[in-house]
Design a protein around this ligand. Structure first.
Ligand SMILES: *Cc1c(COP(=O)(O)O)cnc(C)c1O
Length: 426
């Protein structure tokens, strides 16, 4: 076959290429459902754009204060429709997911309030925002406390522990949908809905914020449709479709979004200010493509799971599992394999393929991290990428690939890299 020959030009041996067949059978099993989710979400996005009256003028830019930016305002209307919320904040001025979560938290909390996580410790960078480890400017410095309960060893929610932890100061519940870099599983929207119902049954006035990073468009519904007051994420992950060059979103109740906006711009300024610069068209195109890009990333993740499970490594989720995010965890067991894996992914990139990634400290993270991200958008993890914190049990987290074919090439290169480095034998 012609395509097999071209893999040789990437240094992929016949033995490595032969792993594809079985992996693609796993994808075929899950394809029908993933394709249907994509179809539904694609139409949901188009409907939201049509119903908001998106026009050619929305693609233009504003500068300076950014008053009357119709493209920006309409895009926020589109997001509110997609996420079925009252309002949304979708801005170039939000740098990343951590920033979006910082704005959502600090805008909606006041001194004396408590944040509670019913699903264990949050993502590394959010621990710093909250002030779990002492960090300059953390919410802790503003008199906001934090409490959490872990999920139970069988992966279910600790309902008794949650009931006991809720108190009169509990103001905001943070639920992280995706596993992030942790060893727990990712929650489905249905499970998140059950958890929210339980908590609101005890404390109806609490604000529920879902860290939606990596989860968008992987299911038919979003957490904001099952009781979350705010969903928050990054545009250089799923919802930016690989096109948004920066940005984050907060979709939720009018009250929550206004509070967040007052923090992002300034009290009294709220959503009125904020130039879109040249990003409106990119945001619209990214939003339009996002369901499809997410589909490709999910298929690439299944491919990775199938191949690495076959090679005898612990993978999570398993190839046949129903997925609720785009992350694939592969436990490689030692630092050399993590580094070699990332080297392989990097070598498959269209940009910076000649770069050799090295482990290094990253702002917001405690252990050294090795990252493969030969990306069009710096650090974009909806593009073909892998991150491995260099700590036990040496798990690498693979995600993205704007196209399935690119994800497939990346995974084959990661295997080939470990074969070439003498770390695995086929
Ligand atoms: C990526 C991510 C974040 C935010 O990370 P940024 O790199 O700041 O965009 C937060 N939570 C989870 C679960 C994530 O995956």
């Amino acid at each position: 076959m012609k395509s097999e020959n071209i893999y040789k030009s990437f240094g992929i041996s016949d033995k490595v290429y032969e792993l594809c067949d079985e992996a693609e059978k796993h994808i075929a099993k899950r394809s029908e459902e993933i394709d249907r989710i994509c179809e539904y979400n694609q139409l949901k996005v188009i409907k939201a754009m049509q119903d908001s009256g998106v026009s050619e003028a929305c693609m233009l830019e504003t500068t300076g204060y950014g008053y009357n930016d119709i493209g920006r305002d309409k895009l926020e209307e589109v997001y509110a429709k997609i996420f079925r919320t009252e309002d949304a904040l979708v801005r170039s001025q939000i740098i990343c997911g951590t920033h979006a979560l910082t704005v959502a938290l600090s805008g909606n909390l006041r001194p004396g309030d408590e944040i509670f996580s019913p699903v264990g410790l949050p993502y590394d960078t959010i621990q710093k925002v909250i002030g779990i480890s002492d960090t300059r400017g953390s919410l802790k410095e503003y008199g906001i406390s934090f409490n959490y309960v872990d999920i139970l060893p069988d992966g279910s929610f600790d309902y008794d522990g949650i009931r006991a932890a809720l108190n009169e100061r509990t103001k905001l519940i943070e639920i992280q949908r995706s596993r992030g870099y942790s060893d727990r599983r990712t929650f489905s929207v249905k499970e998140i809905g059950e958890l929210i119902s339980f908590i609101k049954g005890i404390k109806p006035d609490v604000i529920v914020m879902v860290d939606n990073c990596y989860g968008e468009y992987t299911e038919f519904t979003e957490p904001s449709e099952v009781g979350a007051d705010m969903v928050v994420g990054s545009l250089i992950k799923n919802p930016g479709g690989g096109i948004a060059p920066v940005g984050g979103y907060i979709a939720g109740t009018s009250e929550c979004v206004a509070n967040a906006a007052a923090r992002l711009s300034g009290p009294g300024l709220e959503k009125e200010l904020g130039p879109s610069l040249g990003n409106n068209r990119l945001f619209y195109q990214g939003t339009f493509l996002a369901p499809n890009v997410t589909k490709n990333a999910m298929k690439a993740a299944i491919f990775a799971a199938a191949i690495y499970e076959k090679l005898g490594f612990e993978v999570s989720p398993h190839p046949d599992d129903v997925r609720h995010d785009i992350i694939q965890a592969i436990t490689l067991g030692d630092a050399d394999k993590v580094i070699s894996f990332c080297k392989g992914i990097q070598a498959a990139s269209a940009v910076d393929a000649f770069v050799r990634p090295e482990p290094s400290p990253m702002p917001g993270y405690d252990s050294d991290i090795i990252m493969a991200d030969g990306c069009f958008i710096s650090g974009s993890s909806i593009e073909l990428s892998a991150d491995g914190p260099l700590r036990e049990p040496y798990t690498v987290f693979y995600q993205g690939g704007l196209t399935y074919e690119h994800g497939k090439l990346g995974i084959l290169k990661s295997v080939q890299s470990m074969v070439d480095d003498g770390l695995i034998e086929l």
